[in-house]
Design a protein around this ligand. Sequence first.
Ligand SMILES: C[S@@+](CC[C@H](N)C(=O)[O-])C[C@H]1O[C@@H](n2cnc3c(N)ncnc32)[C@H](O)[C@@H]1O
Length: 240
Amino acid sequence: MTEWFEQWFGEEYLRLYPHRDDADAGDAIALVDRVAPLRGRAVLDLACGPGRHAAQLQTRGARVVGLDLSFPLLIRARRRTGNLVAMVRADMRHLPFRPLSFDVIVNLFTSFGYFADDEQHQVVLRDAVALLRHGGTFVLDYFNATAVRRQLVPREDRVVGSQRVVIERRIAPDERHVLKEMHILDDGRSFVERVRLFSRDDLVQLMQRAGLTVGQQFGDYAGGPPTEAAPRAILVGVKA
Ligand SMILES: C[S@@+](CC[C@H](N)C(=O)[O-])C[C@H]1O[C@@H](n2cnc3c(N)ncnc32)[C@H](O)[C@@H]1O
């Protein structure tokens, strides 16, 4: 069975998320650079998508590898980084790198939480941590599930570019996932996102079990505190 995340992350995703741009990525990478200086470091952008963070990482002097499952997004990433960044098409559930290859691994803008069971999430993190050198840093940038639950907008009618889109959001009956359905009215196509509502505590636990010591936490890309209303759950883990 094809999973939703194998279908959704293509041209349509880029059209419907135009606000997730280079400026936004620049802020995220400035924060990463603060907690784990990037110059000269080997960095894996895990689920790099269209390469907006990879480009910023490269600008800050890191040696970057981007990995993603989506071919169309990797083509964008390649164009954006002018072939200066190695791009790998792979599933994060089967990471094609040698252990101890990277100084820093980033997983940004909720590029996690998509799998059917929690064990799979744990395995992905554990395998990713195996790729980090000792003393290396893992930065996980997830949505703040508390804020997602509280601020859920059940229905939105939007015009994105030239397309009219209806977006419906709900908490799944299991109370553990948020579902977002996007209906493109002009051509009748629909897409769905289904993301696990991991709390900050859940994420800390997953990271600890994967072998990381979780230190700093932030609530936004400006480095604000991880409050209940903050938009993001940004966690910094270090491998002993
Ligand atoms: C929300 S997007 C964010 C992309 C990028 N980090 C950014 O902020 O622009 C999530 C990304 O995860 C990728 N992805 C989803 N499942 C994946 C998997 N199993 N293995 C590798 N990449 C995956 C998607 O293709 C998509 O590029």
